[in-house]
Design a protein around this ligand. Structure first.
Ligand code: SAH
Length: 271
């Protein structure tokens, strides 16, 4: 059977995006191959797609001919639309009877204000559906050959945001350090010096390995590995910045081992 036919079969019986409904859909971390079939089916059905700035053009190109694309990151020439404006826009479009797709990077419920958006929809009485996506934190580690959990090394993994780390009342980094479990940080580049300092002050060994995975799963991907003490300075020196995932902990060391073994038996890790 042709691949296209197989997909057609697979896609029959998928839910229908009805007029007046809003679907909040994760587009994955970047690589179109990491888009889910549900996301694909949603993109094909929408007549308006309100999307984040970082969505790959090849994903947006899947939209139907008559569909309108609106970049929520840059609406009305503004550098960034306020969250309340985006939520209001979704409600407004649904009330006009459109089939509305809110396409978000990664997973809609991980650090992307998707929670706020569904609250606003529910409050306004708009029927909605949420479709999960592959989150950048998990895909980023895979892309960097870092096992997110490793038997004998960690029993948990902490997904955290670095946003607000410079504000009072932010995360208790010392408490996170004390768990001994690896951290996977989103939006952490701006405050990385501060975060590293706070983790070390909280008892994390300065030699703990860390990695920055920039633009994970895209052709601009860059991976930097250094210890937690040096990672922020090294990222600056090598101009490795947002959007990036920062991984901290012993799991990062497994990357080196894995790549070393793979290099000895060349071509084991197929890119
Ligand atoms: N909902 C998204 C996260 C939104 S917050 C998800 O589940 O992935 C935005 C942050 O996600 C960025 O600051 C960055 O830390 C991370 N991010 C998103 N895409 C990324 C990518 N391709 N590579 C590395 N980090 C990414």
């Amino acid at each position: 059977m042709e691949v296209a036919d197989a997909f057609k079969d697979l896609l029959t019986g998928f839910p229908t995006l009805e007029p007046g409904h809003v679907w909040l859909v994760g587009a994955g971390p970047g690589d179109p191959g990491l888009l889910t079939l549900h996301a694909f089916a949603a993109i094909r059905q929408a007549d308006i797609i309100i999307h984040d700035s970082l969505i790959d053009d090849r994903i947006l190109a899947l939209a139907g001919g008559g569909a309108r694309l609106e970049n929520a990151g840059k609406r009305g020439g503004q550098p960034s639309a306020a969250q309340a404006d985006i939520s209001r826009r979704l409600v407004e479009l649904a009330r006009q009877g459109r089939r509305v797709l809110r396409l978000k990077g990664g997973d809609p419920f991980i650090f992307g204000r998707g929670g706020d958006e569904v609250m606003a929809l529910a409050t306004a009485g708009i029927p909605f559906r949420v479709v999960s996506g592959v989150t950048a934190g998990l895909a980023g580690l895979v892309s960097a050959s870092i096992p997110t959990t490793l038997r004998g090394v960690n029993q948990a993994v902490i997904l955290a945001t670095g946003h607000g780390a410079d504000q009072p009342g932010g995360l208790d980094w010392a408490a996170l350090a004390r768990t001994g479990q690896p951290l996977v940080l989103y939006m952490a580049m701006q405050n990385l010096d501060l975060i590293a300092e706070a983790l070390i002050a909280g008892g994390l060994k300065p030699e703990t390995p860390a990695a920055v995975i920039m633009s994970a799963t895209t052709e601009d991907e860059r991976i930097l590995v250094a210890n937690i003490r040096d990672i922020a300075a090294e990222a600056r020196r090598q101009s490795v910045g947002a959007p990036a995932i920062v991984a901290v902990g012993a799991i990062v060391a497994a990357r080196g081992q894995l790549l070393e073994i793979a290099a000895r038996a060349s071509a084991l890790l197929v890119e």
